[in-house]
Design a protein around this ligand. Sequence first.
Ligand code: NCD
Length: 306
Amino acid sequence: MRHLMSPLDFSVEELEQLMNLANDIERNPKKYAHACDGKILATLFYEPSTRTRLSFESAMIRLGGKCLGFASADNSSAAKGESVSDTIRIVSCYADICAMRHPKEGAPLVASLVSGIPVINAGDGGHQHPTQTLTDLLTIHSMKGRLNNLTIGLCGDLKFGRTVHSLISALVRYEGIRFVLISPDELRVPDYIRNDVLKANHVEFEEVTKLEDALPNLDLLYMTRVQKERFFNEEDYVRMKDFYILDKSKMDLAKPDMLVLHPLPRVNEISVEVDNDPRAAYFKQAQYGVYARMALILTLLGIEVQ
Ligand code: NCD
């Protein structure tokens, strides 16, 4: 049985297969409409979510399967004090596969150790968010035609943003990737990403504060929200929340084919006037999230569609 905790759980070759499968699902949705008939996905969300939970449910329903679960810890037995390990043992009797989001780093991993069904990490605290990374890789691969030779700007909350940590970890395995890490000093990437991921893999990167200086050289800009829920005090959040606002005038500095991605939800960091720019890819990215999760569910359940 296979779980997904980190994007590194899949080799580069396996990721390639997964993206090919996702692209085939996009082209031929009918072919897959009954692939998961009789299967059940459990979504165990101990933290708020719109895209991740609903796109998992949409993915399973589009494959012919059904879903059950809870959307907040308050609605589950966690509120009575039940442990994640006990909950997953029970859910293993009710479902065939599960997606879990939890505010504590490592909670889905703990669940996977006792689970009778595949567990997918749907975001654990400020740590990892591997299915967002599958979504991001699929979006970049489909829209740019490659995952190598790219200069990628990551902007915003690089400290607490788990999507950023997972995306960097996944992309260092491709040739010719250069990162420009754009953040206020207080929100720079954690040391383990800088040392154990970037430096250990000899990946070229620079850390800067000004978005304007970085923009002209980027092939891709990945914007992120300042992660309010992970701040220790409101004052720091308020000081940092509007540090970056991507607007039309900043977009004028960028290459004509630079893609703008954002895992969403957006707060103020991308002005709505950018939404109509052909380079704004964040809504399309959410659509790719469904195909990526459909491909992932099929892969973890070992279902092949001829
Ligand atoms: C992200 C997350 O939950 O980490 N959202 C998502 O899953 N698309 C990003 C965020 O909340 O800022």
